[in-house]
Structure formats: C-alpha cells, structure tokens
Design a protein around this ligand. Structure first.
Ligand code: HEC
Length: 167
C-alpha cells in the first residue's frame, strides 16, 4: 500500500516534471526557428483560413468565398486548429521574448480558437470576424518584433483603416 502510494506520487512528479521540461525549458533543440514556424506552419494555415472567408471582387462580379462542401469546411477548421495551437508554440519559454510577445501569442491562440469555432459553426459572418481577429494578432506581434526600415508603411502613421500587409 505504502509502496503504491509513493509510486503514484513519484509518477505524478515525473509527469509534472515532463510538462515543465517541454513548455518551460529555454532549450531550442528540436524546435523550428521562428522564421520556419512562420513560413511553414503559421502562414500557410492563415492563408488557407483566410481563403474561406469574405467576398472576392472579380471582373465577373463578387464571388462569395464561403465553402460549399463539408470537406472544405473541414480543411478550414484544421487550419484554424493549427493557428490556435501555434499560439501555444509561440508562448513556449523557448520562444517567448518578453511579456508583449506572450500577450500577442495568447492573442493568436484566442483568435485561432475563434476561427475554429466559426469554421465548425459553418458561419460566414463569424468566419469573417475570426479572419480579422487572426490578422490583428499577426499584425500586433509583427509591429513590435519585425525590424523594419525607416520608410516602412508601418512607420508612416497611416490611418487605421488604410491597407497594410500582414507583414
Ligand atoms: C508572437 C509573435 C508573432 C505572431 C503572433 C505572428 N508572427 Fe509572424 N513573425 C514573427 C517574427 C518574430 C517574425 C520574424 C522571424 C524571422 O525572420 O526570424 C515573423 C515573420 C513572419 C513571416 C515571414 C517569414 C519569412 O520567411 O521571413 C510571415 C510570412 C509571418 N510571420 C506570418 C505570420 C502570420 C500570417 C501570422 C498570424 C496568423 C503571424 N505571422 C503571427 C512573430 C509573430
């Protein structure tokens, strides 16, 4: 009995320890670089998610981009899930640079969750809102953490509604 109890406690400590090693270590072994994470995981998921929301203006008129098949809705939900979980990957100690970074990573996690809910609800308006929330998270973090040249559009004090690329 006593043995079982100490084994259980030992096991619990081991599990806690393992969790800590993964999320709180600053060791980057086995991690993608931030640039790879952006280029290979975050950006493709965001592009895919955005491609399923809003209205596209073409010469032939406006085309609604909402999915028409369940398969496509599933693709968009999967992309949203990647975005949500990428927020956690960005928040890991090995990646987090300061409190702002962590805040933006959590913002992306929340936007991803919103995106997933919208895709699962197959709700066009929610898709559009979630797409904006995702965009805002990218934009906020890049605004502080991507070094820009002096003539960057981001430094021109453009009005909030002026188009600026997510980079
Ligand atoms: C918590 C911060 C953070 C968030 C949130 C974030 N990014 Fe980034 N992103 C970065 C940083 C830092 C870089 C620069 C990486 C480098 O060049 O080393 C970057 C670079 C990029 C790049 C350029 C990669 C390259 O090949 O040079 C793309 C594309 C990108 N991000 C897309 C996105 C998109 C899309 C989102 C939102 C869905 C997003 N990012 C959200 C921090 C963030």
């Amino acid at each position: 009995m006593k043995r079982t109890a100490s084994w259980l406690i030992g096991g619990a400590l081991l599990l806690l320890g393992a969790g800590e090693v993964w999320s709180q270590s600053t060791d980057r072994t086995g991690l993608l670089s931030d640039r790879q994470l952006m280029r290979m995981v975050v950006n493709p998921a965001a592009e895919l998610f955005w491609s399923g929301g809003g209205v596209e203006e073409t010469e032939a008129g406006s085309a609604n981009r909402a999915p028409v098949s369940d398969e496509r809705w599933t693709q968009l939900a999967n992309a949203a899930a990647v975005l949500q979980e990428s927020g956690n990957l960005l928040a890991m100690d090995a990646r987090a640079r300061d409190a702002d970074w962590t805040r933006f990573a959590k913002q992306m996690n929340a936007a991803g969750a919103q995106a997933l809910a919208a895709a699962q609800a197959k709700d066009q308006d929610k898709m559009f809102e979630a797409g904006s929330a995702v965009y805002d998270a990218c934009y906020a973090c890049h605004g502080k953490f991507i070094v820009r040249p002096a003539n960057s559009l981001y430094k021109q004090n453009l009005p909030d509604d002026a188009f600026k690329p997510p980079m």
